[in-house]
Design a protein around this ligand. Structure first.
Ligand SMILES: [Fe+2]
Length: 304
C-alpha cells in the first residue's frame, strides 16, 4: 500500500482545470480508509530561514530533551529552555501552525469548516536509540490516543514534514484499524470497557446530582488509551510481520495520516515537524472507517 502520492496540489493550490471539490473528497476518503498522503515537495509555505532556525537548535543548545510543542488555541510554546531563541522559535511555530491550517483547509476542503486545531510539535531528537519508558516509545507500533485530550470519537489527523535536509525519517506501519481491531480488540478487553461504562454512567449521574465534577471520558477514549498501551506491551503483535511495511520519508517530504487508524512506529529520523487536527465524525466522508464506528460494530454498543 505504501503511500499515495499527491501530484495535483501544491503551494499554489490545485492544478488548473481540476474539479477540486471532487478531488478533495477522494483524498479525504482515501485518508480515512488508512492511506498515507504523500507530497515530495512542500505543499505549503515554510521559509528557509525559519526551517534553518529550527534545525540549528540542537547544535546551539542541547539542554532540551523532548519535543517542542505549540498550542495554537492558547499560543503557548513548551519544551524549549533556550531563552535566547525562544521568541523567534515561538514566532516560527505560530506561523507554521497558521500556514498548515491554511494548507489543510485549501487541500481537504471537505473538512475546512470543521477543522479543530490541536497541538503542533517539532521533534529535534534522533528517534533511533531513544531511552524512553515503554508506553512512550515511538519505535513500537501503536495507534494514537491522547491522555489529556479525549476525542469522543473524533479522528486524529496529523500532518508531518521531514525537515532534515539529508536523512529520511523511517516509519513502520501496520494493517489498518478495521483489521487490527477485528484481530485484537476483544483480546485487548473491549467488552469490559463497554460493560464498565454502564457502572460509570450510574456513578456520573450520582456525581452530577451532587453537583460534583463529572469525568468526561467516553468508553471510546478509555478503550483507545488502553489499546495504545496494550499494543506497545504486546511483543507478539510487535513481532508479527503480517501487513507491516517500512516507509522512508525523504528529506522535505510531507505526509498526512489519520494516526488513530494507521498503526505506526518511528524507527529513525531527526527533525520532523507536525501539526495535529481533530476531525469530528460528522465531517468525515467515510465515517464507517472511523475507529469509533469499527469498535461499535464489533461490540454492538455505542461508545461515545
Ligand atoms: Fe503516534
Amino acid at each position: 500500500m505504501a503511500w499515495l502520492e499527491v501530484h495535483e496540489y501544491g503551494v499554489q493550490g490545485w492544478s488548473g482545470g481540476l474539479d477540486s471539490s471532487e478531488r478533495a473528497r477522494h483524498y479525504c476518503r482515501e485518508l480515512e480508509r488508512g492511506a498515507i498522503l504523500f507530497f515530495s515537495v512542500l505543499p505549503f509555505d515554510f521559509p528557509e530561514d525559519e526551517r534553518k532556525l529550527l534545525l540549528s537548535l540542537t547544535a546551539k543548545d542541547s539542554r532540551f530533551h523532548k519535543n517542542i510543542s505549540y498550542r495554537p488555541g492558547s499560543d503557548i510554546l513548551r519544551g524549549l529552555d533556550d531563552s535566547e531563541n525562544l521568541p523567534q522559535v515561538h514566532n516560527v511555530m505560530r506561523r507554521y501552525a497558521a500556514e498548515i491550517r491554511r494548507f489543510v483547509a485549501g487541500f481537504l476542503t471537505h473538512y475546512a469548516d470543521k477543522l479543530q486545531m490541536d497541538y503542533a510539535s517539532f521533534r529535534p531528537l534522533e528517534e533511533e536509540g531513544r531511552n524512553l519508558p515503554l508506553h512512550k516509545r515511538n519505535d513500537l507500533l501503536h495507534v494514537d490516543s491522547f491522555p489529556s485530550r479525549p476525542t469522543r470519537g473524533s479522528r486524529i489527523l496529523r500532518v508531518f514534514t521531514n525537515l532534515n535536509p539529508e536523512k529520511a525519517r523511517v516509519w513502520k506501519v501496520g494493517e489498518r484499524f478495521p483489521k487490527l481491531a477485528e484481530r485484537y480488540a476483544e483480546q485487548a478487553g473491549l467488552p469490559s470497557f463497554t460493560r464498565r461504562s454502564r457502572v460509570l454512567e450510574g456513578l456520573k449521574k450520582g456525581l452530577s446530582r451532587l453537583a460534583l465534577p463529572v469525568p468526561d471520558r467516553a468508553p471510546y477514549d478509555r478503550f483507545m488509551l488502553h489499546f495504545h498501551d496494550w499494543l506497545k506491551e504486546n511483543s507478539g503483535f510487535q513481532k508479527q510481520a503480517e501487513g507491516k511495511e517500512r516507509l522512508e520519508f525523504p528529506p522535505m517530504a510531507t505526509w498526512l495520516v489519520f494516526t488513530d487508524g494507521v498503526p505506526h512506529a518511528a524507527l529513525s529520523g531527526q527533525f520532523a515537524i507536525e501539526q495535529t487536527f481533530i476531525i469530528p465524525v460528522g465531517a468525515l466522508v467515510a465515517p464507517e472507517a472511523a475507529p469509533i464506528r469499527v469498535l461499535e460494530r464489533i461490540s454492538g454498543r455505542a461508545m461515545a
